[in-house]
Design a protein around this ligand. Structure first.
Ligand code: 13P
Length: 247
């Protein structure tokens, strides 16, 4: 499978920051893994123009479950595709917190993404309280069952494990903890989707930096990363891409 280095810019990035994407494309003309940037929706079309033929995919950070209609302020998967996206992040913990998104909502958004031929990056992960209560695998299993529609394949879905307590905190689980969850996710996917599960990429996300990427990418069933803060700078994201190429 082709591993995936995905950058989630969150609510960061103005036209001035297109130069970071340009610098990244310059430094990784022939990446040994798939490279994806998910900028704010306002920048997707302009970034697509800036990148031209460079081998960097673009994605949205959310989409509505409907293709169009009276939903002021929302963006549909059709629109993301039209702007130049081929991926969309869904169910990020910040959306679950800020917008009360449920697993059921993530599931219908995933189906909307598929209608537009976007690959959905479905995010799951436990809170610190859930981990301390020993509920991590329960939570991850429940989120996977609820958020992933039937019909997941290696092409239409990526699952990102992002422990909520590791996002933007500089705290990273132990490699044993990451392995436990990723092995569990692979087992769950296999039970539900059969042979297709082997090719579904499992990303780790949460305080991935150039200096911890090598050890994270050596963990079993880690097929790439979903990177927040460190994806905003071409040098840092480039360091993570380099680690994934070496893995
Ligand atoms: O939420 C994340 C990516 O979606 C991770 O964010 P950080 O890499 O900033 O911890």
């Amino acid at each position: 499978m082709k591993k995936l280095a995905a950058g989630n810019w969150k609510m960061n990035g103005l036209a001035a920051h297109l130069s970071e994407a340009e610098a990244l494309a310059g430094a990784h003309a022939q990446p040994g893994c798939e490279v994806l940037i998910c900028p704010p929706a306002t920048l997707i079309a302009r970034m697509a123009q800036t990148l031209g033929d460079a081998p960097i995919a673009l994605g949205g950070q959310d989409c509505h479950s409907a293709d169009s209609g009276a939903h002021t302020g929302d963006v549909s998967a059709v629109m993301l595709k039209d702007a130049g996206a081929s991926y969309v992040i869904l169910g990020h913990s910040e959306r679950r917190t800020d917008h009360k998104e449920t697993d059921a909502a993530v599931r219908v958004k995933t189906e909307a993404a598929w209608r537009s031929n976007l690959t959905a990056i479905v995010c799951i992960g436990e809170t610190l309280a859930e981990r301390e209560d020993g509920k991590t695998l329960d939570v991850v299993g429940t989120q996977m069952k609820g958020a992933l529609p039937d019909g997941c394949t290696a092409e239409n879905v990526v699952v990102a494990y992002e422990p909520v307590w590791a996002i933007g905190t500089g705290k990273v689980p132990t490699m044993e903890q990451i392995a436990e969850v990723h092995d569990f996710m692979r087992t769950e996917l296999t039970a539900r989707f059969g042979d297709a599960a082997a090719g579904i990429r499992l990303l780790y996300g949460g305080s991935v930096k150039p200096d911890n990427a090598d050890e994270i990418f050596a963990v079993s069933n880690v097929d790439g990363a979903l990177v927040g803060g460190a994806s905003l700078k071409a040098d840092d994201f480039g360091g993570i891409i380099g680690a994934l190429e070496r893995a």
